[in-house]
Design a protein. Structure first.
Lengths: 114, 105
């Protein structure tokens, strides 16, 4: 199957700093990528849908200025958590959809803000 | 967005037993997929099944798109099947509430 690489796998940062998470589709082009947030023992909550070359579409309740998404190419999308605070600590997962409509997921990034 | 309900929320099975997991959608969906999330958080693709039936080893899935539901069958369950199973669908790939499966030896 297709491979999606997400980096870093885990990160610890100080409150007030920004963190960038990368999501790459390694062997296919993804016109659409998704970013999710997952709290312990809960489902994946869709944060935004990222389309190459256009602005991301954010779900209700997700702050655009807080979670900056850039989908600059058909193989790369980035999520930047700006001015991170402890309540932003979570597991963030990206997904990329191939030309047949199938979605493949990265390994996830565990963010801890101290 | 679309609401996705999964049942049961929790399931405990004896090794070797069979089970059926269900996924209901509030509206028509396309791109329906089933995933297994392992203990490290990685989501493993099980099936891409917008409609019809597919089988892969001990697992099979059926989607009845006109009635807005999908079923995942696990036969002869093994302890390695433990984890959380999610269905997801629609253009924005909304996730279901999940079924936490525990298979005991």
């Amino acid at each position: 199957g297709a491979v999606v690489s997400q980096h870093p796998s885990w990160v610890i940062c100080k409150s007030g700093t920004s963190v960038k998470i990368e999501c790459r589709s390694l062997d296919f082009q993804a016109t659409t990528m998704f970013w999710y947030r997952q709290f312990p023992k809960q489902s994946l909550m869709l944060m935004a849908t990222s389309n190459e070359g256009s602005k991301a579409t954010y779900e209700q309740g997700v702050e655009k200025d807080k979670f900056l998404i850039n989908h600059a190419s058909l193989t790369l999308s980035t999520l930047t958590v700006t001015s991170a605070h402890p309540e932003d600590s979570s597991f963030y997962i990206c997904s990329a959809r191939d030309g047949q409509g199938k979605a493949f997921f990265g390994q996830g990034t565990r963010l801890t803000v101290v | 967005g679309i609401q996705v309900e999964q049942s049961p929320p929790d399931l405990i099975l004896q090794e070797g037993a069979n089970s059926t997991l269900r996924c209901n959608f509030s509206d028509s969906v396309n791109n329906l997929q089933w995933f297994h999330q392992n203990p490290w958080g990685q989501l493993i693709n099980l099936f891409y099944i917008p409609s019809g039936t597919k089988q892969n080893g001990r697992l099979s899935a059926t989607t009845v798109a006109t009635e807005r539901y999908s079923l995942l069958y696990i036969s002869s369950s093994q302890t390695t099947d433990s984890g959380v199973y999610f269905c997801a669908g629609a253009n924005n790939l909304f996730f279901g509430t999940g079924t936490r499966l525990t298979v005991i030896p």
